[in-house]
Design a protein around this ligand. Structure first.
Ligand SMILES: [Fe+2]
Ligand SMILES: [Fe+2]
Length: 173
């Protein structure tokens, strides 16, 4: 494997682990603030991010490439509002998308077919992750950042579905 691609994939692991760690911290903060539906959503996202890291790790191990696990910075412990928290999620996802797109470009340039195929999954996944974060953020802005509106969105999220996302596309896996 091309060394830029290998280094880039190892670097990318940090973004996935960081997202997992931050989403877990968000799940805790949301539970503390009586928003169990939001908390459930973030807890699920946190688990998904670990699976994303694992996908890349598996790819590298299968190809006999060296995996270097990153250190993960301590996540924040509070957010000013549910809206601010969702803005943070969207920003995270946009950063991950940018990194995936960079990696995809290197994989294509170096004609690394297996890596291109592996990264293709992430391209689609990131589109869905950004859409889900934007959908929830949009609902918060519509309904208001507190009170009954927020409780309604929390109720929707407690069903395990991301509101605003098509039913046949229940959000990222
Ligand atoms: Fe991810
Ligand atoms: Fe994500």
């Amino acid at each position: 494997m091309n060394s830029d691609l290998l280094n880039g994939l190892n670097e990318h692991l940090k973004l996935e682990f960081r997202a997992s760690h931050e989403y877990l911290a968000m799940a805790i903060w949301l539970a503390e603030h009586d928003l169990p539906g939001f908390s459930k959503w973030m807890r699920q996202q946190s688990s998904d991010e670990l699976l994303h890291a694992q996908r890349i790790i598996d790819h590298l191990v299968e190809r006999d490439q060296k995996v270097v696990l990153p250190g993960v910075p301590a996540p924040p412990t509070s957010w000013s509002s549910a809206e601010a928290l969702c803005e943070h999620v969207l920003k995270n996802e946009q950063e991950v998308t940018a990194s995936i797109n960079d990696l995809y470009a290197i994989a294509e340039k170096t004609k690394d077919r297996p890596a291109t195929v592996m990264l293709q999954w992430f391209v689609t996944e990131q589109m869905e992750e950004e859409a889900a974060a934007r959908a929830v953020l949009g609902r918060i802005r519509l309904a208001g950042n507190s009170g009954v509106g927020l409780l309604m969105i929390d109720q929707e999220l407690s069903t395990g579905r991301v509101p605003g996302m098509p039913i046949e596309n229940p959000g990222p896996v």
